[in-house]
Design a protein around this ligand. Structure first.
Ligand SMILES: Cc1ncc(COP(=O)(O)O)c(C=O)c1O
Length: 367
């Protein structure tokens, strides 16, 4: 039986088992985390937390963490709900959305489907064009078949937006998203990668949350601070909605170490600027080098810390050959609308990017 394509990146331990090597020897370009993290402030906070925050239950109101997040966005803490990663919060957004028609832009991140399936609901595909330009994009112009929407009453729909989009990396302009709040019953905006994008914050919908109670914005700390193993994200939405979610879920979804870690990284004022400088330098470098050394690949423009690649032949042999050399790239077959002609790669550190480009060029020459 053919093996199903992986539904997410970062399967480092699995590949290390296959290659019989230590997971640290795997170069992971399949999950898109800041490659030089986590910040020292996180390591220090966790060492201290091991003494004081393992034994007690966490504060189930997460007051300190909510205040720190609220302060970062200039909001009142009642508008914030921390979660066990963004993924946990999608489950509750889906609970609110399950009786509406859920519109999922495709190709798109598969976890929204998982969240909806939890409540017996399914998403309806909203195809995006597979060609786009550089810079912030217009939402309406990106739709491949806007007529799909014609027979729907938008008030009975929930639209799930990823900004920047995964896997394409398109950054949606705020002025293109804002009108959607006047029509759709619910707008769930996943801004997991937005804080990494230089100039990205001005396209966030968080400042609009106090004006629209049909808006849910979800953020993740796991990409920006390279702390996916700790699991920490948050939702920004109307207090009544967040209070409902709080009553549904278990009393301590965010553990004590994640709380202390979160407080430390949120206070790390220089980190985000360091990430912006790295991405502004490395993103274009990687795209240029790939274009030059791997001319059979099309490197699509993107604002996030990953790039989508396509080719006129299957890229599965390339992916498999890289895996044999301990290099993981993201198989795109689990993204509806993409096939084995597509791959997604994360932007890494310069020397790792160099190794990836060299390995890809050598492999493509031999295929
Ligand atoms: C677009 C997007 N949102 C959210 C997540 C999950 O974030 P978290 O680790 O905070 O659950 C991912 C993980 O790959 C993602 O790609």
């Amino acid at each position: 039986m053919a093996e199903a394509p992986p539904r997410h990146g970062g399967n480092v331990e699995q590949l290390a088992r296959q290659l019989n090597c230590h997971p640290r020897r795997i170069l992971d370009f399949s999950a898109s985390l800041v490659p030089f993290g986590p910040p020292r402030s996180l390591r220090r906070a966790l060492r201290r937390a091991l003494n004081d925050h393992v034994i007690p239950y966490p504060d189930s109101s997460y007051q300190a963490l909510r205040e720190a997040i609220a302060q970062a966005h200039g909001l009142d803490p009642h508008w914030i709900l921390p979660g066990n990663g963004a993924a946990e919060l999608f489950t509750w957004a889906a609970r609110d959305a399950h009786s509406l028609t859920n519109l999922l832009p495709t190709p798109g991140f598969a976890d929204y489907q998982r969240a909806l399936a939890t409540w017996g609901a399914a998403g309806r595909s909203l195809p995006l064009r597979l060609h786009w330009g550089t810079g912030p994009q217009s939402w309406v112009e990106a739709l491949a078949a806007p007529r799909t929407l014609q027979h729907l009453d938008p008030r009975h729909t929930a639209l799930w937006i990823t900004n920047p989009h995964n896997p394409t990396g398109q950054l949606w302009r705020r002025d293109g998203l804002e009108p959607l709040l006047h029509s759709h019953g619910l707008l769930v905006v996943d801004e997991a990668f937005l804080p990494l994008v230089p100039g990205g914050e001005k396209h966030s919908l968080i400042p609009l949350a106090p004006k629209f109670d049909n808006l849910v914005v979800i953020r993740s700390l796991t990409k920006l601070f390279a702390m996916a193993g700790l699991r920490l994200g948050y939702a920004v939405a109307a207090p009544a909605r967040l209070e409902r979610w709080r009553r549904w879920r278990d009393p301590w979804p965010v553990n004590g170490l994640a709380v202390r870690g979160g407080l430390a990284v949120l206070a790390d004022s220089l980190w985000q600027q360091r990430v912006w400088r790295w991405l502004a330098r490395e993103g274009p470098w990687l795209a240029q080098r790939l274009g030059r050394q791997c001319p059979s690949l099309q490197v699509h423009p993107g604002a996030a810390n990953y790039r989508l690649l396509s080719c006129n032949h299957s890229l599965t042999p390339l992916q498999q050959s890289l895996a044999r050399q301990g290099i993981l790239v993201r198989d795109c077959r689990s993204f509806l609308g993409l096939d084995d002609h597509w791959l997604r790669i994360a932007v890494g550190k310069r020397r790792h990017n160099q190794r990836l480009v060299t390995a890809m060029a050598a492999n493509l020459n031999h295929l």
